[in-house]
Design a protein around this ligand. Structure first.
Ligand SMILES: Nc1ncnc2c1ncn2[C@@H]1O[C@H](COP(=O)(O)OP(=O)(O)OP(=O)(O)O)[C@@H](O)[C@H]1O
Length: 270
């Protein structure tokens, strides 16, 4: 990549991947990947099981380095930056984070402790500002009434919402959501989609990347899509351009029909 061009471009880019390949045990998890996410964009990364979506999100979360190619996150090049500093600027929710929360932890503390980059309450007193911020986020996600409950007693949907509140606690510049609606029932999914939509439409919210298998889970307000299949981009760009029956069929290897109802998407086999 040309360094002079990159310096200008990178100022407005939250994620920039150029010629990225990730190899593990002889497998190409990602190949030939070019991708750019700007500050005000909300991206959905869509693809079948094993397509490389989580691998891509872990690159964006500075949890993984590419085998070849370059990845810049928030203007910093992976491999040339202290990833621990970089990660404080990124909110990331995934099943892996879910599994690390102590079940006895109170919901408010799960959210609060993000500001201290720990899981499990470790300080007896937090700043009043932090507590107010945590309560504000619990209200935004509709779980204020659960603030005193132990995380382990929550339903799947309530846990997901708690972890999204946690990932917003540090006012991240980039929010990464790995399959936030997985395992939710219809009501839980619809509630989460509505809350993520409100977040996506909030001009003050960070840039967002949401990974999903299902077009039904795309919250209105998301602007761009990257379709991944077998580690490669099938299509990438504005949601309305990229989300077509043809692209979806190629991505999932089946003859699919995409339907749109208002600002929501649905897909079925032809
Ligand atoms: N350490 C590894 N060694 C070899 N292959 C791996 C390794 N880690 C992941 N893979 C493979 O890489 C591919 C991409 O994995 P990844 O988790 O990124 O896919 P995904 O799109 O998130 O899948 P899913 O939707 O099922 O979560 C999968 O086929 C997976 O088996």
């Amino acid at each position: 990549m040309n360094d002079v061009v990159a310096a200008d471009d990178l100022a407005d880019l939250v994620i920039h991947a150029s010629g990225v390949e990730v190899r593990r045990g002889g497998n190409k998890l990602l190949a030939d990947l070019d991708w750019a996410v700007e500050l005000d964009e909300r991206w959905v990364v869509l693809g079948p099981n094993g397509a490389g979506k989580t691998t891509l999100l872990r690159l964006a979360a500075a949890e993984l380095h590419p085998t070849s190619g370059t990845v810049h996150v928030l203007g910093e090049q992976l491999g040339r930056v202290n990833v621990f500093d970089l990660r404080t600027r990124i909110g990331f929710t995934s099943a892996a984070v879910h599994g690390r929360v102590p079940p006895q932890e109170r919901v408010r503390d799960v959210v609060l402790s993000a500001g201290y980059a720990v899981l499990g309450r470790w300080k007896e007193s937090y700043d009043r500002m932090d507590t107010d911020r945590a309560d504000e986020l619990l209200a935004t996600l509709g779980i204020s009434h659960l603030a005193e409950r132990a995380f382990g007693t929550l339903s799947e949907g309530e846990r997901k919402r708690t972890l999204i509140a946690r990932s917003l606690m540090t006012d991240p510049e980039l929010l990464l959501l790995d399959e936030p609606a997985a395992g939710l029932d219809l009501g839980g999914r619809e509630d989460l989609v509505a809350r993520l939509s409100a977040l996506a439409l909030d001009a003050d919210a960070p840039a967002m990347v949401l990974v999903t298998h299902h077009v039904e889970e795309i919250p209105p307000g998301f602007t761009h899509a990257l379709l991944l299949s077998q580690g490669r981009a099938v299509a990438s760009g504005l949601l309305d351009d990229v989300l077509t029956s043809e692209n979806l069929s190629e991505t999932f290897g089946q003859d699919l029909v995409l339907q749109r109802s208002g600002d929501r998407f649905f897909a079925r086999r032809r």
